[in-house]
Design a protein around this ligand. Structure first.
Ligand code: AMP
Ligand code: GLY
Length: 429
């Protein structure tokens, strides 16, 4: 098979690493890719991940049998729709189906229409209406920009004054057109987790859960980020929670999308809050989580390609459940100092390419190779240090031991990834 993989982050490096191991794959082309992926496939660095026209043309040029889309940007621009018109199977939803992620107003309305448990909400375009609406919500206030804001368009305001300031900022253009509407939501209390399902339009194969750490600094402090680390399995996903989330969220979501004329193909990422009343949806995403994907790919025992292809072709019914290693995998993100607001570019990274042994993988995200061959930072999240272990404690030790061998004064990372699971482990042993 010839596969085109779209994207350039840690998520896509992990997908490339897994796809490249498949005996079914004859050729893997990656657009645009990153320096960590050069040995896994052919990089087309000139075709950007949001260039739907360029990507569709590339898929035709290489005669791709399957296109696997990492990030949401190309989906929002209709890459899957274009590929469908060209008869090329695409792992990733159409533009209409991707609205589950790309428009919070759509996804909230969708959940309401199909009785999928989530927080109560309102959508507002005008400042005075949004301000007034705060009367019906209780603090803390959850304020969201409607459109895509790279995971940073959400504010949790402890009091009314702060909430009003956030509303003003969002409607005032802080996120461009993504903030032309704000969503105000009821605050949900509980532990969060991300559940992933590979969907063929009608059916889903559950890929299990992971937990990420969205805040920049230790102790879950600091600004929200795209994710500073993740681990899987996450103890919050008890078998009961997974069963309830499948029954109350995943299945009704697939049925609802069919009913609305936009069957969902690709990976459905459900951000869940495990509340006292059961699982409730925080958000949907139309793609793998980053860095959740990295830990899932490392835990997966066996070939992922038949699943990606079956989803893209619309029938997973012949496939068994996915086999997972009985191990815990953790991912620690190394970010450039200044991330998420203004990451410092160009700092030198030494030692990322060494052999860290059989339990560790280093996936690149925002890296660049200079003309002299030196690896430097070229983005916010830069490296993903992933390690497998018999339990969270061992996996975590291995990841941080690898980090100590990397020489990167321009970077920072959290030192407490997996803390919830570590605390649980310590409480039970
Ligand atoms: P989102 O981009 O919608 O996932 O929101 C980012 C983060 O804000 C989530 O991961 C949650 O930690 C938090 N959050 C969002 N919505 C709510 C809510 N209704 N109640 C509590 N926390 C929320
Ligand atoms: N790690 C969270 C996300 O990918 O949105």
């Amino acid at each position: 098979m010839i596969i085109l993989l779209v994207g350039s982050g840690g998520r896509e490096h992990a997908l490339a690493w897994k796809i490249a191991q498949s005996p079914l794959v004859k050729r893997l082309v990656i657009a645009p890719g990153n320096p960590g992926m050069v040995k896994l496939g052919e990089l087309r660095t000139g075709v950007k991940a949001d260039d739907a026209d360029g990507l569709a043309a590339l898929a035709r040029e290489i005669k791709a049998d399957l296109v696997v889309v990492g990030p949401e940007s190309a989906l929002e621009k209709g890459l899957a729709d274009r590929l469908a018109a060209a008869g090329i199977p695409c792992f990733g939803p159409t533009r209409k189906a991707a609205q589950l992620e790309t428009s919070k107003a759509f996804s909230k309305g969708f959940m309401e229409r199909h009785e999928i448990p989530t927080a109560g909400y309102g959508v507002y375009e005008r400042l005075h209406e949004a301000r007034q609406a705060l009367d019906v919500f209780k603090p803390p206030y959850v304020i969201k920009a409607d459109g895509l804001a790279a995971g940073k368009g959400v504010a949790i305001s402890p009091d009314r004054r702060d909430a009003e300031a956030e509303i003003e900022r969002m409607l005032g253009g802080r996120f461009g057109s993504a903030g032309s509407r704000v969503v105000i939501e009821e605050f949900m209390d509980g532990e969060e987790g991300s559940l992933f399902a590979l969907c063929d339009g009608e059916r889903a194969v559950l890929l299990g859960g992971a937990q990420d750490h969205k805040r920049a600094f230790d102790g879950d402090m600091g600004p929200n980020t795209g994710g500073m680390g993740a681990y899987s399995p996450a103890p919050v996903f008890t078998p009961e929670l997974v069963e309830a989330a499948d029954r109350l969220v995943v299945q009704p979501t697939l049925k609802g999308m069919v009913a609305e004329g936009a069957p969902y193909r690709g990976v459905l990422y459900v951000g869940l809050m495990a509340t006292a009343d059961g699982p409730r949806v925080v958000e949907y995403n139309a793609r793998f989580g980053d860095p959740e994907c990295q830990v899932l790919m490392m835990r997966l025992d066996g070939d992922v390609v038949p699943y990606l292809l079956a989803c893209a072709q619309g029938d997973v019914s012949g496939l068994p459940g996915l086999p997972f290693r009985d191990q815990t995998v953790i991912c620690v993100v190394m970010a450039a100092k200044g991330y998420p607001d203004s990451p410092l570019e160009g700092s030198i990274i030494r030692g990322a390419g060494q052999d860290f042994g059989p339990h560790v993988q280093v996936f690149h995200a925002g890296t660049r190779r200079r003309d002299d061959g030196q690896l430097v930072a070229a983005g916010g999240r830069v490296l993903n240090i992933c390690a497998a272990g018999d339990d969270i404690v061992q996996a975590r030790e291995r990841a941080y031991a690898a980090i100590r061998k990397i020489d990167w004064p321009g970077g920072f990372w959290r030192t407490d990834i997996g803390w919830r699971a570590v605390e649980r482990e310590q409480a039970t042993s």
